[in-house]
Design a protein around this ligand. Structure first.
Ligand code: SF4
Length: 307
């Protein structure tokens, strides 16, 4: 047997196994489009690679030898730690966010109370957007657009439990401050959230097709906000949509390539993302190809349909 035929057989076998793994994981994740593409590639690519075993001519050996060398070099260029690409900068926030200004706190303010009057005296610019969101039914409301009795009432019950547990929490806030650098703390929070079960953590460039239904995500260049050059969600626009639909939206989270489940397939991709900028570019294109540029919202599970 010619050595090109041996290499072709090995590459066909390896690519078949990799693509089969992708197809099985996609089926388990109920990603039909990705599963179909993996199954299709699982047939086409190994068949193409096996051509030198069927047509044993010198010309085929030369052409396939060149193509296979390019294929192997291409794969290696994605897994080698080069080029690393742009590095993140670690800026320190100059002040802490005032938790009274976040939408959940503002949502709790009741007209006619002292807290309400005090808040809007301090932040008069929030009165108009807040009066607007208050016109809509609200989170877990039976009047909201996506009302579903089982899931809405279950979510409400969970919030109620948290409310009751609050009184049981012991301990006083620590008055002592600990000096810690932003990169160190970010690394800790990243690892800690993964230890607690977060699937992953990452940053991606915003694309037009990430279209937020409330236009709350900026497409402009990052601005300096509280001493840091960054983007900030328009929290009023986002929360107003939540009040209309009665639940959280989360499209930005579901289309993010970092939101895939914690399993071998996606963890290998995550390892590659850390390694090389070329892999990051290719992975983003593959993500669009496999899952679609505008992935349709997943249907609710059958057991959630309690009418
Ligand atoms: S949760 Fe929905 S509305 Fe809010 S920022 Fe994300 S995509 Fe936009």
């Amino acid at each position: 047997m010619h050595w090109i035929q041996i290499v072709s057989a090995i590459l066909a076998g390896v690519s078949f196994l990799i693509l089969l793994t992708g197809a099985i994981y996609s089926l388990r994740e109920k990603e039909k489009r990705a599963a179909g593409l993996f199954f299709g590639a699982m047939i086409v690519i190994p068949v193409l690679l096996l051509i030198p075993l069927v047509i044993g001519s010198e010309v085929i050996f030369i052409v396939w030898g060149g193509l296979e060398a390019l294929l192997v070099l291409g794969v290696l260029s994605f897994v080698l730690p080069y080029p690393r690409g742009k590095r993140m900068t670690w800026d320190k926030p100059v002040k802490q966010i005032d938790e009274r200004t976040i939408m959940f706190s503002r949502n709790l303010l009741k007209e006619g109370t002292e807290a309400y009057a005090t808040y809007y005296r301090l932040y008069p610019q929030h009165l108009e957007p807040d009066s607007h969101f208050r016109k809509f039914p609200g989170l877990m409301s039976s009047e909201a657009r996506y009302f579903n009795p089982a899931t809405f009432y279950a979510a409400e019950a969970t919030f109620n439990v948290i409310e009751h547990l609050r009184d049981m929490a012991k301990g006083k806030p620590l008055n002592k401050k600990t000096a810690v650098s932003a990169p160190e703390l970010t690394r800790f929070l990243n690892q800690w959230s993964q230890k607690l079960g977060a699937v992953s953590f990452g940053v991606t460039r915003l694309q037009e097709y990430h279209k937020c239904p409330s236009n709350a995500i900026s497409f402009d260049d990052p601005n300096e906000i509280e001493g840091i050059t960054r983007w900030q969600i328009n929290q009023e626009a986002c929360f107003t949509l939540w009040k209309k639909i009665g639940t959280d939206c989360g499209r930005c989270v579901s289309v993010c390539p970092y939101s895939h489940p914690d399993n071998l397939l996606h963890n290998l991709v995550r390892k590659g993302l850390r390694q090389s900028a070329a892999f990051r570019k290719a992975a983003l294109k593959m993500d669009d190809f496999l899952y679609g540029r505008k992935p349709a919202p997943k249907k609710e599970e059958e057991w959630m349909r309690v009418r």
